[in-house]
Design a protein around this ligand. Structure first.
Ligand code: SF4
Length: 203
């Protein structure tokens, strides 16, 4: 595809050839056994066309050159995790991208790894990406730990849900940025479980 400069006696061809290779973070990806797989991409676009997020919002909606699910794992190398952390979280992790990828790039597990690294420092055997740990948020981490505790202790979970149901009316309507373009969801007055129990009891 690339010819040499014109040789002595040749009538056609360039007088000089300059070949410029742009690395753009690819060497960093290549040195990592897992992230190296991102470089197998042949840019067929299948992952983007099957992704439940990108089929609705379009390929370039997040402002990066590489669109779609593959863009989510390549862009952090080009631009650093700190400026691409919204990309790696915009995924339902349904796995459709990996299923349709002709070169079987494990996009969901690589996304998972990048999510981890956006919050915590890399494993000792991984080279740190630019901006690693940039999304570390003590409040969010504490909230998620609280949720994990509640979700693994049913009594505590149901007591919390009942209390939230009772407080439906007194909780603020606006919950920061989250409600800027959404309506705050309201918990039903009676849970489905309670409704079913009542129905079965009534039979
Ligand atoms: S489906 Fe695979 S090869 Fe095709 S664009 Fe996506 S990651 Fe690249």
């Amino acid at each position: 595809m690339i010819s040499s400069p014109r040789k002595d006696g040749e009538l056609d061809g360039p007088q000089e050839v300059h070949l410029i290779l742009l690395d753009n973070g690819r060497t960093q990806a290549y040195h990592d056994n897992e992230l190296r797989k991102t470089l197998q991409c042949i840019r067929c676009g299948a992952c983007m066309n099957h992704c439940p997020v990108y089929t609705r919002i379009g390929g370039h909606a997040y402002g990066t050159v590489y669109p779609g699910p593959i863009g989510k794992i390549i862009s952090p190398h080009l631009m650093g995790i700190d400026s691409t952390q919204n990309l790696i979280t915009a995924s339902s992790m349904c796995g459709a991208c990996e299923e349709v990828c002709p070169v079987r790039i494990p996009i969901p597990s690589l996304l998972q790894r990048l999510r981890q690294e956006s919050k915590h420092n890399a494993e000792p055997n991984h080279d740190p990406l630019n901006g690693q740990n940039a999304a570390h948020n003590t409040l969010e981490i504490a909230a998620m730990k609280g949720f994990v505790f509640a979700a693994t202790h049913p009594t505590f979970y149901h007591a919390g849900l009942n209390a939230a149901r009772k407080m439906n009316g007194i909780l603020p309507e606006h919950l920061g940025n989250w409600t800027q373009c959404r309506v705050k969801p309201k918990l039903a007055k009676t849970s489905l479980k309670a409704k079913l129990a009542k129905r079965q009891g009534g039979k």
